[in-house]
Design a protein around this ligand. Sequence first.
Ligand SMILES: *Cc1c(COP(=O)(O)O)cnc(C)c1O
Length: 425
Amino acid sequence: MLSFENTLEFAQKMDNKDPLRTFRNEFIFPDFHKETIRYFTGNSLGLQPKKTSKYINEELNDWGKYGVEGHFMAKRPWFSYHENLTKYTAEVVGANESEVVVTHSLTTNLHLLMVSFYQPEGKRTKILCEEKAFPSDQYALESQIKYHKLPKEHLVEIGPRKGEHLIREKDLLEKIKELGEELALIMIGGVNYYTGQLFDMDKITNAGHAVGAIVGFDLAHAAGNINLKLHDWGVDFAAWCGYKYLNSSPGGVSGIFVHERHENKPELNRFAGWWGHDKESRFLMEPGFKPLKGAEGWQLSNAPVLGMAVHLASLEVFHQAGMENIGKKRDLLTAYLEFIILDISNRNKDKCEFEIITPKDKTKRGAQLSVLSHGKGKELFDKITENGVIADWREPNVIRVAPAPLYNSFEDCWFFGQILENALD
Ligand SMILES: *Cc1c(COP(=O)(O)O)cnc(C)c1O
């Protein structure tokens, strides 16, 4: 076990040894602040890769040059633009290429996937989700249940035990068993946005399948953060947004995963659109929807090329860095930040005590620490913000800090600690 030190020299030593250290130069850091910014909100909106504007401009130029002919004549023809993103997307989430596509936005995709994968029938009508799911997911799930004219009790939530912050895996698995043949769908955030808890998606998928349920995940906080193996785990479907760890611009495009066992099932309900239709006959404009095989069949509309270009620029960075390397640095960087926070807490117990509610076990978390500050809360957060830290405040008293392995450094973590400790006075 490496022993960390809360010093600038140690942090710099770690940076020098970091095989991903040069990737920081691929990103634009905000400079609106009077202080140097220490950016820790890659879990909310990732930073802009420097080559983003080049990728957008290429499309703008091709649009100017070719007009509608750009669908076929552009450097990357718009007709099949989404195909440019497929390989790298599959790498990021651990899927076969036919299992993923980039399309629409996250909540839209969750709905489209639930139209196919939540089809309550007979006794099997319930959805299991985590308590205090991200609001958009809650609304999506509630409205799906309402859409099927079922009472709201059919949305079953599993939460932490009283006085605890995290959901015990055992409780979750037991709940799945208990619901048994009433359970139609499990829909859970792979990483909880509030606590940073990472769920064992492999186990949950197996447990769901054992009782005959479909298992889907919202990977908003997991894609580009966790080393996912969606195909091997046998997950039925998943969706994620491109703008958090995947650095693909505010409101940027989303990705979906549909396991290949569902790739060719005409009997699945689906809301259809022309971009999900068979490529060969799409422009014959004939009636009768023939879905494309695989995830592509869930596309409705032709791709928003500018947003896709942004995502392509970012996915290339992920490809170059490699998810394996990103995962290694994530664990080390997060552990270092954890060490710094606890070190400060231990030495300043008279002023304030920090409790990190994110799991200590690195296999149960990603690049986020959710910190409860007993004694001081919002006041402390405002102070660190004033001194250049961009972190994230969630009511009632959690500070979320996410060191993104592609662009955060060990030095950033050390500086975070300095600013935090000074703010205690
Ligand atoms: C960020 C996030 C969303 C956001 O949904 P959009 O449709 O992209 O606005 C939804 N669910 C979860 C779990 C999130 O973390």
